[in-house]
Design a protein around this ligand. Structure first.
Ligand SMILES: Nc1ncnc2c1ncn2[C@@H]1O[C@H](COP(=O)(O)OP(=O)(O)OP(=O)(O)O)[C@@H](O)[C@H]1O
Ligand SMILES: [Mg+2]
Length: 269
C-alpha cells in the first residue's frame, strides 16, 4: 500500500511509566477514508496511545507518522496545524464560558496569535475575530448546537458538552480526529445523535480514530479495529472479524457478547 493511503501510522510505539509498560511496541496503520477504532479493556493503553499521537504525552520509544511525516518530536500545536484534532475522555472545556467562546478559543490553539499581536493591530484582530465567529456559528449549525451558542458550558447536559468539544476540535480544520470515548456517559438518544454527527463529519472527509467501549457504536461506525490488551495489540481486522476473534472475546468482549451476537443473527435470519 502506498504512503498516500495511510493517514496515521504507529511504529513500535511504547510508553513506560516507571515499572509499568502502558503501551508495548504497538504498530498499526490508519487508512485514509476509514473510521478506525481502538478498543480494549480499562487500562489497556488506549488513551496513552492517543496522547502519544497528539503530543500530550511523549513516547518512550517508537514513532508516529502523520501522512507519512514523522511527528513524534513536534509540539502539540504543530501537530494540530498539520490536521490532528482530538476530544478528551474527561471533557476539557472552560466550563464557565459560553459554547461560542470555547469554540473561538479552540481555534486559537492552532494559530500563532498572542496578546501582543492583538494589541498591536486592532483592525486585523477585529477582522480575525469576526471570521472566527462566523466559522464557529457555521460549525455550531452543522453539529446542531447553534441554539446553545450563548449558554455557559456548565449549564449544558453532558451530551451537549461532549458535542461542544467536538465543535471546538472542528475549529482547527482537522484531517483526522481522535475521539477518546465520545459516547461514554451519554444516554441512548444522545448516543444516537453523536453517532449521526460523527458520520456527518466523516462524510466531510475528516478521518476518525475512535476509542470506545460501547460496542454498538464501535461496530456501527468503524471500518477497521485494533484491539489492545495490557498495552499489546492482540488483534486487528474488520468489525466482523473482531467479533469472532477468540482472543478478543476472552480478553474483552466476553461470552455474553458472543451469545448476544448469535441471538441477533438468529433473529435477523
Ligand atoms: N500518567 C501516568 N502515570 C502512571 N501510569 C499511568 C499514567 N497514565 C496512564 N497510566 C497507566 O497506564 C495504563 C494505561 O492507561 P490508559 O489510560 O492509557 O488506559 P485506557 O485503555 O485508556 O483505559 P480506559 O478504558 O479505562 O480509559 C494504566 O495501567 C494506567 O494506570
Ligand atoms: Mg482511556
Amino acid at each position: 500500500m502506498s504512503n498516500e493511503q495511510i493517514i496515521l501510522e504507529a511504529k513500535h510505539l511504547t510508553k513506560r511509566y516507571f515499572g509499568l509498560v502502558a503501551v508495548n511496541d504497538l504498530n498499526f496503520q490508519v487508512k485514509k477514508g476509514r473510521i478506525h477504532a481502538l478498543i480494549g479493556p480499562n487500562g489497556a493503553g488506549k488513551t496513552t496511545t492517543v496522547n502519544m499521537i497528539t503530543g500530550d504525552d511523549p513516547q518512550t520509544e517508537g514513532e508516529v507518522l502523520f501522512c507519512g511525516q514523522p511527528i513524534s518530536k513536534m509540539p502539540i500545536y504543530s501537530r494540530a496545524q498539520l490536521g490532528i484534532g482530538r476530544t478528551f475522555q474527561n471533557i476539557k472545556l472552560f466550563s464557565t464560558m459560553t459554547v461560542m467562546e470555547n469554540l473561538m478559543i479552540g481555534a486559537q490553539s492552532k494559530t500563532n496569535q498572542n496578546i501582543l499581536s492583538w494589541l498591536v493591530n486592532f483592525k486585523k484582530a477585529n477582522d480575525e475575530e469576526k471570521a472566527l465567529k462566523e466559522k464557529a456559528e457555521e460549525i455550531l449549525n452543522f453539529i446542531g448546537m447553534y441554539k446553545y451558542k450563548d449558554e455557559a458550558v456548565n449549564n449544558l447536559a453532558y451530551g451537549r458538552q461532549k458535542m461542544t468539544e467536538l465543535g471546538r476540535t472542528l475549529m482547527t480544520d482537522p484531517k483526522l480526529i481522535l475521539l477518546d470515548e465520545p459516547a461514554a456517559g451519554l444516554n441512548p438518544s444522545e448516543r444516537k445523535e453523536f453517532i449521526d454527527i460523527i458520520q456527518k463529519v466523516y462524510e466531510k472527509d475528516v478521518d476518525m480514530f475512535l476509542i470506545e467501549h460501547n460496542m454498538d457504536v464501535v461496530m456501527n461506525l468503524s471500518h477497521d479495529i485494533t484491539v489492545l490488551n495490557f498495552g499489546c495489540k492482540i488483534a486487528e481486522g474488520s468489525p466482523k472479524e473482531i467479533q469472532q476473534n477468540e482472543e478478543v472475546i476472552t480478553a474483552y468482549l466476553g461470552e455474553g457478547y458472543r451469545q448476544k451476537m448469535a441471538k441477533e443473527a438468529g433473529t435477523n435470519a
